[in-house]
Ligand binder design. Structure first.
Ligand SMILES: [Zn+2]
Ligand SMILES: [Zn+2]
Length: 182
């Protein structure tokens, strides 16, 4: 619990730094906050690209964290849970928390200069996704089961929505095929 609170504090500090840079240093705002709502087309486009970019950033950073020297130092902590619960999504080393949890969710809407409303919907969706895949309850068509398998096996299901695990073959289909043959 202390680890989860500390990780939340890191996120608060990052937000504070971003706000400070925006207001005190006169930099252009990193998030678009205006009364005019985004068009439906822009909303859907930004959400679509944010979900895809988050999958690419999360999959790659998570897979890098499984490389031997990095795993011990940074990712082992999160893998203490072989049967995760919702809070364990935030149970991670600060390096992992920033590189695999925060940046993959924060960067896409910032780079796309999304409206704050689009960003809220995207962030809320991702937080619900990450809490539920660690909760043991399956709300997203088998996603929790897949992430549970990651915590059991360590070498499959590195992604969030399953797209890159499918494309790159880290989704146990080889094992299933072999299992059928045996
Ligand atoms: Zn996990
Ligand atoms: Zn992992």
């Amino acid at each position: 619990m202390v680890i989860c609170i500390r990780n939340q504090a890191i996120v608060f500090a990052l937000h504070g730094a971003l706000l400070y840079a925006t207001f005190a240093k006169g930099l252009p705002p990193s998030i678009r906050v205006d009364a005019k709502l985004p068009s439906l087309e822009e909303f859907v486009r930004d959400l679509f690209f944010s979900v895809l970019s988050r999958e690419a950033l999360f999959y790659s950073s998570h897979r890098i964290l499984h490389l031997r020297p990095l795993y011990r130092r940074f990712h082992k902590q999160h893998h203490k849970f072989t049967a995760p619960v919702a809070f364990s999504s935030q149970y991670a080393h600060p390096v992992e928390h920033i590189s695999a949890n925060v940046l993959p969710i924060l960067l896409p809407p910032l780079l796309l200069k999304s409206h704050i409303l689009t960003m809220w919907v995207f962030v809320a969706f991702q937080l619900i996704e990450t809490s539920t895949v660690h909760s043991g309850y399956d709300f997203f068509g088998g996603a929790a089961k897949k992430h549970d398998r990651h915590h059991e096996r360590f070498d499959v299901y590195f992604g969030g929505i399953g797209l890159l695990d499918y494309v790159l073959g880290t989704d146990e289909r080889e094992d299933r095929r072999r299992g059928k043959k045996d």
